[in-house]
Design a protein. Structure first.
Length: 391
């Protein structure tokens, strides 16, 4: 089951800090596991139709299938083949459905691996409400927030040692004997982890959040952290984040504030309209982006992108799981993947095509034309057909 890449691709490149996009760019895609096989064909048809309509056939995406995930492992013994990473490294962009992540020892998430290997330091999650969707809160329309989650540091760096191992004992002894640590409650049996947070990682994320705010006409940026408890890691994040504004005059007019993470989870329920752009660390970002998505109807309509704004590398992805219990039943919601495709088109500078997809989706949802998870009755395929007809 080896993917044969074409010898010649129309590469997207990064020159002088800007993407250079040909009329027929080659973009990799990973359909995904579980419901990925249901939603990706629909999303691909809709994205292609929007590009064709927006540019009268003068532009088109040259799709290249890439291998990753459970099906790939069963066929090759490898969850993430080197050739998939090599392709994205060379061609910059990819879009993917959900990939399985077994729980347990000895396996790192494919999603996390992609972010680490390609240094996709910004996980960007815009969350907004679409009228017509059933939501669990009284005023979901007040939510219009974009999360910038640092993607490469924090506990997701994967530096941890299992309970009872020689490595854990060695680290425990070093902490006690060399650094005078006395606060490990059960030193003989504790698993141990390391939480790296740096000014370099913090500032490049915050600059990306600030630049996004300026481009989008936003004025408020909030830093979410637990610096009241973790003084030097999360507290450092807060300190270094504020420094970015002082270092560059173009950010002078942004209104900055910071909120403790647990208070932020309360505030987005009580006063979500207070927030526009949020920058936060990896674990906090994981929590708050899903919590916000729930307020507007669930992660089935929440898009996401993992971006390195310096190199241009980016992976756009459905933010939900593989949902194996409904895989193959033609009832899964493709909206998360479609909206991630909208983010991809905008990233390419193809704003007209992006607008067509988003508008068709918004009109359909407002009319109650939706899949069952968000209050409708349509199958995956029928939902796709309605979107295609509107485009």
């Amino acid at each position: 089951m080896k993917t044969i890449f074409r010898k010649k691709t129309m590469k997207i490149t990064m020159q002088n800090g800007a993407l250079q996009v040909p009329e027929n760019p080659t973009i990799g895609y990973i359909p995904g596991d579980g419901i990925g096989q249901d939603i990706f064909p629909v999303a691909k048809k809709v994205l292609d139709a929007a590009v064709r309509r927006a540019y009268a056939g003068k532009r088109a995406i040259d799709w290249q299938k890439l291998l990753a995930g459970g099906e790939t492992f069963e066929a090759t013994g490898d969850y993430l083949p080197a050739e998939t990473l090599d392709f994205i490294q060379e061609n910059l962009l990819a879009i993917k459905g959900p990939l399985m992540t077994p729980v347990g020892e000895g396996f790192r998430s494919i999603n996390v691996t992609l972010r680490q290997k390609l240094d996709l330091f910004a996980c960007v999650r815009p969350v907004e409400y679409f009228p017509g969707i059933e939501a669990p809160v009284k005023h979901p329309e007040k939510v219009n927030i974009t999360i910038f989650r640092e993607n490469t540091e924090d506990i997701y760096a994967g530096i941890e040692f299992a309970s009872g191992t020689a490595e854990a004992r060695k680290l425990q002894q070093f902490l006690q004997n060399e650094l005078g640590v006395t606060k490990i409650r059960f030193p003989e049996t504790s698993a141990l982890g390391v939480k790296p947070v740096s000014p370099d990682g913090t500032k490049r994320l915050v600059r990306a959040a600030f630049d996004y705010a300026l481009v989008q006409g936003k004025t408020k940026v909030t830093f979410v952290h637990k610096g009241n408890i973790m003084k030097f890691t999360e507290g450092g994040f807060r300190k270094w984040a504020y420094e970015v504004q002082a270092e560059d005059a173009k950010y002078a007019n942004l209104q900055l504030n910071d909120v403790i993470a647990d208070n932020f989870l309360q505030q987005i329920l009580l006063n979500p309209q207070k927030f526009e752009v949020v920058a936060t660390l990896n674990l906090n970002g994981d929590y708050v982006s899903d919590a916000l998505a729930a307020q507007v109807g669930g992660i089935g309509i929440a898009p996401g992108a993992n971006i390195n704004y310096t190199t241009g590398h980016a992976i756009f992805e459905a933010t939900h799981g593989t949902a194996p219990d409904i895989a193959g039943k033609n009832i899964a919601n493709p909206s998360s993947l479609l909206l991630s495709g909208v983010m991809m088109l905008d990233y390419l500078g193809w704003h007209e095509a992006a607008s067509l997809v988003k508008t068709s989706l918004a009109e359909s949802l407002a009319a109650g034309e939706a899949t069952t998870d968000i209050g409708g009755s349509l199958s995956t395929a029928d939902f796709g057909k309605i979107l295609l007809a509107k485009i």
